[in-house]
Design a protein around this ligand. Sequence first.
Ligand code: LLP
Length: 442
Amino acid sequence: MAAPSSPNDPATDPSPGDLIAARPWLRHDPMAGLLVDGVPLAGIADAVGTPTWVYSAAVMRARYRSLASAMADAGLDMQVHYAVKANDCRAVLALFGAEGAGADVVSGGELLKARRAGVPASRIVFSGVGKSERELRLALSEDIGQINVESAEELSMLSSLADAVGRRARVALRINPDVDAGTNDKITTGRAEDKFGIAYADAAALYAHAAAMPGIEPVGLATHIGSQILALAPYRHAFARVAELVVVLREQGLRVTTVDCGGGLGIPYRNEPAPSPTGLAACMKAAFLGLDVRLAMEPGRWLVGPAGVLLASVVLIKQSPPERFIVLDAGMNELVRPAMYDAWHGIVPVSATDAIAAHSPASVVGPVCESGDTFARSRMLPPLAPKARVAILDAGAYGAVMSSTYNARPLAAEVWVDNERWSVIRDRQPIETLWERERLPE
Ligand code: LLP
């Protein structure tokens, strides 16, 4: 009897055709090849070279709107703070800002970038386990909407800093609900053993303490359980625990006006079933609707992941029987997710002729000197001659932001597609800038 197929069994991989069919913004034109919102990727590659990130503004907008309407339809008073870490291009931040979103930032750099992209300070929330004094001072001087505090130590640091400048910081305590989100170990954030948040058992006492501290105005609670979450049960558990805490705090006479419901909805990289914003809204409604709290959420991946592709060219095909290696000009320094999380990304040929040629298994690798620089194994792909282009799908989140210049490879260009036109939103990094801030020692 055949062994049951595992989720990573190449035999169960969706074909390039299936992947495109499930993503209506992608289409294979018999002449122009793969199009993103009607724009041929081949034309972009001819003009700016590869590797290049290509983002669809329309997909980001549509996803934001469908998320916001799922929340509104459930009757939830919800402020969405886009998680800047997923894709921090100012074009992206400005797009969501214009839709009414705020920004969830985790560093002074993200805070400044969001401000420079026009996100109002009042709509910025600062999360993160290790905010430095300098970053907290910046948050205070910008008078951002809320700081999600992750420890008693951070709370006292913030209290003295705020008091010293005569401000009161609006603070939510980030609670660790001790819930396993069932996602990759490296991106689970809400188990007791994870570094994030305040232990559930300590939360009520710390909240009461915060209310008495100079420079601090506790406004509510926050929680975050992880990223790429593909089931709703972990949300239900986490939200129920937070809702319980809201009740306990109010019984003690403490004011709780807002709850930040974090935990990133997963996306179907492999066409796998994934929960919808409507399902998530129902979980929030079940936990919080009777409580009269303003809700917030901080999605990143769900909004931008599917909107981006990494466009790459084939350098050469290395035949090494039984293996066929398709060596690309993009590597793990561009998209680290496969190397770092064993993540699966769809890979589809760009040219129309390649798309209809017979497919056979290949390993798709980058040029970086590490065996981990492998995008896919046993992937069904056409012969693909040198210079042929491929698109690596769902690369809009945690792609360019996690790139490095490892192996002295400059950062790739980024391109924006909107209204059937495209423009460069970040130039390819000039090679000289790799050493321009170095000095040879005396
Ligand atoms: N808020 C907080 C406090 C977070 O820690 C995260 C993600 C988010 C919001 C956004 O979560 P999302 O909606 O994007 O799932 N580099 C990894 C993902 C790391 C996510 C860490 N925190 C990846 O490529 O899968």
